[in-house]
Design a protein around this ligand. Structure first.
Ligand code: URA
Length: 174
């Protein structure tokens, strides 16, 4: 799958055509937890790896708070190519990449899926609102968190995110 994602081109969707490179998921393919972000940003686009910029640094801190190491989990995005100027991915672009995310999750069969932010959450639980369900267990295997990028400049959200990360850690050690 990784080779397929890396070689992806020629589909005509704007992010896939304008990105420097596509960004496959990475981590432990036998992970118990899969973290799902929205789409690669500038740093991810340059390095070809998910969550390696500032939001990634915060995600690393959240993982530490939850007592897990990056290499033990799987980290991926709904859309695997950076939308121009980091705009939100459009519905057809999300639909274009959705089968890839679904196959990824099917192969890994995680106990828990952690959608990061409302865009990722929308795919897994369309009616749920991130402000209401963050830090709680939904449908037996969903544990939504606010997106780390949203908390970067909001100390209240950041505190909530760390609190939720501790709840995630408690859930994983059950
Ligand atoms: N934000 C995301 O949603 N994904 C990344 O990989 C980086 C930042």
């Amino acid at each position: 799958m990784r080779d397929e994602i890396v070689a992806h081109s020629g589909c005509g969707y704007e992010p896939c055509e304008t990105a420097t490179r596509t960004v496959p998921g990475e981590g432990n393919p036998e992970a118990a937890v899969v973290f799902v972000g929205e789409a690669p940003g500038k740093n991810e686009d340059e390095l070809g790896r998910p969550f390696v910029g500032r939001a990634g640094k915060l995600l690393d801190e959240l993982l530490a708070e939850a007592g897990v190491v990056r290499g033990d989990v799987w980290i991926t995005n709904v859309v695997k190519a950076r939308p121009p100027k980091n705009r939100d991915p459009k519905a057809p672009e999300i639909a274009h990449w959705m089968p890839v995310l679904e196959r990824e999750i099917e192969l890994i069969r995680p106990q828990l899926i952690v959608p990061l932010g409302r865009h990722a959450l929308k795919h897994f639980a369309p009616a749920a609102k991130i402000g209401e369900v963050h830090g709680t267990l939904l449908e037996e295997r969903l544990f939504p968190l606010y997106h780390p990028a949203a908390a970067m400049y909001n100390q209240t959200l950041k505190a909530t995110l760390f609190e939720d990360a501790r709840a995630l850690g408690a859930l994983l050690s059950r």
